[in-house]
Design a protein around this ligand. Structure first.
Ligand SMILES: [Zn+2]
Length: 324
């Protein structure tokens, strides 16, 4: 698919530069290094509105980082010097702490402390609510930072022997000092699919989603499956619809917490929907004309899809007939 890299979190221009990781500590001390603080999965940002919000990278000698900095990862370079992210989750805000309100919902921002050199509106923002407003490079940096730092937060102990492991290689590996096993950041593949029957598209909603929110069917790939097999199994499990030919369209890193969304299109061979109520609350076939009404915010039962998510991207491309 020609436009595949136009999806959010893709094609921002960040080069990982793995060859620099062995000297990450020396690079961090360099004056050209810039560091993104991330608090409990939320990057530090400033500004607001579409294309106006931006990540707030700090100099590596920022006093806030010296006090609160934990695991550090070398994100790479986008042409202006090395970019790092540091986990500052140990920082305790004064007063009430905002909490995540879950998939499909925006979360409130956590105001940042008043630090010299930080704008007055500096805040730790929920990436799910924010990413569609970031530039492609900032979105890619934020996704990379959140993905790797969240992995560190959840993988402090060796999966082989249980001993505490240590970060290495610029934050891209954890080594076990007891048994010697190296561990690498995980990415969990998820298929998400346009299932079509001529002019109609299959959509569904999971229990607990916000009112009127529908999306494409999706699910984790299981061990031993190809991408196409996972598409067919997920659709059959959730709706009993049988899918024939499957084609890969685009992919999107989705660091909530560690997914890679793999967007596909599959042609339906049957159309009767028999729903699995434990997996989905509703499923339906929607015509192109009805989907246009959804995107325009005029559909009586279905809310417009979330901006920036691969589901919205794939549906938009399907409507525009630009899947080639
Ligand atoms: Zn071990």
């Amino acid at each position: 698919m020609k436009d595949a890299e136009r999806v959010s979190f893709g094609g921002g221009g960040l080069e990982h530069r793995a060859e620099l990781r062995a000297r990450a500590k020396a690079l961090l001390a360099d004056r050209s290094a810039r560091v993104l603080p991330v608090w409990r999965g939320r990057p530090l940002v400033t500004g607001g509105g579409a294309g106006q919000a931006r990540l707030l990278f700090c100099p590596s000698d920022d006093p806030f980082l010296a006090i609160h900095g934990g695991e550090t990862v070398l994100l790479g370079d986008a042409g202006s010097g090395p970019l790092f992210a540091v986990d500052i989750s140990g920082w305790q805000p004064d007063g009430e702490i905002v909490t995540d309100s879950g998939p499909g919902r925006g979360a409130e921002d956590q105001p940042a402390p008043a630090m010299r050199g930080w704008p007055a509106d500096a805040r730790f923002a929920d990436l799910r609510a924010l990413f569609a407003d970031l530039t492609p490079l900032d979105a890619e940096c934020a996704a990379t930072a959140k993905g790797v730092l969240e992995w560190h937060r959840g993988h402090g102990f060796c999966a082989n022997c249980g001993a505490a492991s240590l970060a290495a290689d610029g934050g891209w590996r954890r080594d076990c000092p007891a048994c010697g096993r190296p561990h690498f950041p995980r990415t969990d593949p998820v298929v998400i699919m346009l299932v079509t029957d001529g002019n109609k598209l299959l959509m569904g909603r999971s229990p607990g989603w916000p009112d009127r929110f529908y999306s494409l069917l999706a699910g984790f790939i299981e061990p031993g499956e190809t991408i196409a097999a996972a598409v067919r199994r997920e659709v059959a499990e959730e709706t009993s619809v049988r899918v024939g030919a499957v084609r890969l369209l685009a992919s999107q890193p989705w660091p909530f917490p560690a997914s890679l969304m793999i967007g596909c299109i599959g042609r339906a061979e049957t159309t009767e929907i028999i729903r699995d109520p434990t997996e989905i609350e509703d499923a339906l076939w929607l015509s192109r004309e009805a989907l246009l009404e959804v995107f325009a915010g005029r559909h009586p039962e279905i809310a417009p899809p979330r901006r920036g998510a691969i589901a919205q991207f794939l549906m938009k491309m399907w409507l525009a007939d630009r899947l080639d």
